[in-house]
Write a protein that binds this ligand. Structure first.
Ligand SMILES: Nc1ncnc2c1ncn2[C@@H]1O[C@H](COP(=O)(O)OP(=O)(O)OP(=O)(O)O)[C@@H](O)[C@H]1O
Ligand SMILES: [Mg+2]
Length: 265
């Protein structure tokens, strides 16, 4: 189960290097208080793929780190499957990282980390090969991460995520820095993986097309301090394309405008 309920969540950082000289206000003297997220209300259903958009620095990664339990919120409540989040939970949440593979382990060994619960070695080996096959890395089982290209490393990371089989998968800009074709391929793989494992996925991206093509829902963060500027269900049939769904194209125009970009220049 991967149900997430966020109510009135706020996050304030205290920037200790910029102490205020305001002697009247003792709180300010401890350092400048920067409210990043304010009154966030969001409910994410089990199995949903939710894509987050928003300007750089608005607090997308902060929100995902809070959901992952890596840092606490300051106010409000965050519940996963009805339970308050008190810290990271490796069993339930998998955070897909830019280079999350262990460099001293081969692809197969990295994937095997998620399959430690399988005591039958033959069954474990068969599963490892199945996941490696799903991300088309056959033949690279015994390669170390440094022997793979950037895109292949991320596919290996996807195989590892599949093996862990978490309730919630968190991906913060998983396609950044990839060339166009690898990006498209990875996007397809993540969509297929989601259709296959049907787990809750939270994905931050700066790419509006990715969000609209991949998401069951798009959430745009914005404002100062950051709140939810748009929370919209995407009921467009899959496979999706802007050409086939003019309404999706119109929504893309709206999202571009909302993010302050006129792309038709
Ligand atoms: N540990 C921290 N201490 C103080 N301020 C922080 C800390 N982490 C993040 N911030 C501030 O919180 C704000 C949001 O940062 P965050 O990394 O969540 O943004 P983002 O939306 O993910 O940006 P980007 O799209 O560039 O990745 C920024 O202004 C950042 O400076
Ligand atoms: Mg970020």
């Amino acid at each position: 189960m991967g149900h997430i309920a966020i109510e009135n969540l706020s996050k304030t950082y205290i920037n200790r290097r910029r102490r205020s000289r305001d002697k009247e206000n003792p709180l300010q003297q401890k350092g400048e208080r920067v409210t990043v997220l304010k009154d966030i209300d969001l409910e994410i259903n089990d199995g949903e793929m939710v894509c987050f958009l928003g300007p750089s620095g608005c607090g997308k990664s902060t929100l995902l780190r809070i959901i992952a339990g890596f840092e606490p919120a300051c106010d409000g409540s965050l519940r996963i499957n009805g339970q308050p989040v008190k810290g990271p939970s490796a069993d339930h949440i998998f955070v897909f990282q830019y280079s999350g593979l262990f460099p001293w382990m081969t692809v197969a060994e990295n994937v095997a980390l998620g399959l430690r619960h399988l005591k039958n070695r033959r069954q474990q080996q068969a599963q490892i090969l199945e996941f490696i096959d799903m991300v088309e890395l056959n033949g690279f089982e015994n390669h170390y991460p440094r022997q793979l290209s950037g895109g292949m490393q991320r596919r290996a990371e996807l195989a590892r995520a599949l093996a862990v089989n978490p309730d919630i998968m968190i991906m913060d800009e998983p396609f950044s820095g990839l060339d166009f074709l690898t990006h498209m391929k990875m996007r397809e793989e993540v969509v297929n993986m989601h259709a296959f494992i049907k787990k809750t996925m939270l994905l931050v991206t700066h790419n509006i097309d990715d969000a609209l093509i991949m998401g069951d829902r798009v959430v745009i963060l914005g404002g100062r301090p950051t709140g939810i500027a748009m929370n919209r269900q995407l009921d467009f049939p899959r496979p999706r394309s802007f050409e086939k769904a003019p309404e999706l194209s119109r929504l893309r125009d709206d999202v571009f405008l909302m993010l302050g970009v006129n792309y038709a220049i």
